[in-house]
Design a protein around this ligand. Structure first.
Ligand code: TRP
Ligand code: SF4
Length: 328
């Protein structure tokens, strides 16, 4: 019996931050043991909303591969590829589009929410409406058994299963209905307590050096009611504590008690956190150096990944064309 398959993707947002790491990447690294993994940069998906300016995509992709490899994605085990370099995704996207009723797409919660909340670009495009079909093509083309995703992506996975079911029912059972693997780690907020986002400049990046991590940690917001060192704190309202839960889990009781009884000060608490973060990031820093010392390494990984992905994608397309009786 071969390993089960996983596919997941991320849009090329550039350098990855701690939120990306605990929300996805950490999980991706772990899953490599048990599954055959396909991890993809969804650069066409980036275009669905950012079609007016694509100038960052290329450098974002390189930065992301570097983070992937530094964090422990292993190109010998997993297939690390770029969506737009495997043209079969576009072909399957087109074919699946024929089967996707407009109401399925129009009632998709991510779509409705984006139209409401994002007002600085025109998202009433054909491409943006079709976002989940492209995602379905990404998944179905590898016959992935499972997809590691955040909660926000569940509607897209449901749609993927519905489209797979429809084609399987009308023609022949070619597509696999994928399950979700939900990330269990709670969402990390930014260092200022707001949503973690590049545009707020409140992220700690995997590529930050030790000094930067120390500085950013020192400036994190804490329990606003704890003004003096002798004031008792409320860890449950403190974002430093949220980070400690994730990054210093084995000392969490001691930290909570110390905070509540004012035996632990915020300065020391933050030093402990910075230590935990640097302990996590240090091995990644080392690997990053090693990778950067090999000039063509990343480009080779990308090329090899694209090639391996295309071979698997083409196998499914041969079947898809056959059942739909497309001319050969
Ligand atoms: N839509 C996903 C996100 O924004 C990215 C993505 C594209 C994806 N294709 C995928 C995730 C296929 C899982 C499977 O996070
Ligand atoms: Fe937050 Fe730690 Fe200060 Fe308590 S001691 S308020 S948990 S930073």
């Amino acid at each position: 019996m071969g390993k089960k398959r996983i596919l997941s993707g991320i849009r090329p947002t550039g350098r990855l931050h701690l939120g990306n790491y605990v929300g996805a990447l950490q999980n991706w690294v772990k899953l490599q043991e048990e599954y055959q993994c396909f991890y993809m940069v969804a650069d066409w998906h980036a275009l669905t909303s950012d079609y007016e300016n694509t100038s960052d995509i290329k450098s974002n992709i390189d930065a992301m591969y570097l983070d992937w490899l530094a964090a422990g994605l292993d190109p010998d085990q997993s297939v690390l590829f770029i969506q737009s370099k495997v043209k079969q995704h576009a072909e399957l996207f087109l074919l699946l589009s024929m089967f996707a009723p407009l109401p399925w797409l129009e009632r998709c919660p991510t779509y409705k929410e984006a139209l409401q909340q994002i007002t600085d670009k025109d998202l009433r495009t054909y491409g943006f409406l079709g976002y989940p079909i492209l995602q379905a093509a990404d998944i179905l083309i590898y016959k992935a058994d499972a997809v590691p995703v955040g909660e926000d992506q569940l509607p897209h996975l449901e749609l993927t299963r519905e489209i797979a079911r429809k084609v399987n029912f009308l023609y022949e059972k070619v597509f696999v209905e994928p399950k979700e693997i939900l990330s269990t780690v709670p969402k990390l907020l930014g260092t200022d307590g707001r949503k973690m986002s590049k545009s707020y400049e409140n992220c700690i990046y995997l590529s930050d050096n030790e000094k930067t991590v120390n500085e950013k940690t020192r400036e994190m917001v804490t329990d606003p009611a704890r003004v003096k060192r002798t004031d008792k704190g409320h860890p449950e309202v403190c974002s430093v504590f949220d980070y400690q839960k994730v990054f210093t889990p084995d000392r969490i009781q001691e930290i909570a008690d110390g905070c509540r009884q004012a035996t632990l000060g915020c300065v020391d608490c933050k030093k402990t956190l910075a230590k935990s973060l640097n302990a996590l990031l240090d091995p990644m820093r080392k690997r990053r150096e090693e990778i950067l010392a090999k000039p063509d390494y990343i480009q080779d990984v990308i090329r090899e990944g694209n090639k391996r992905a295309a071979i698997e994608a083409e196998k499914t397309m041969v079947e898809a064309r056959r059942i739909l009786k497309m001319v050969e």
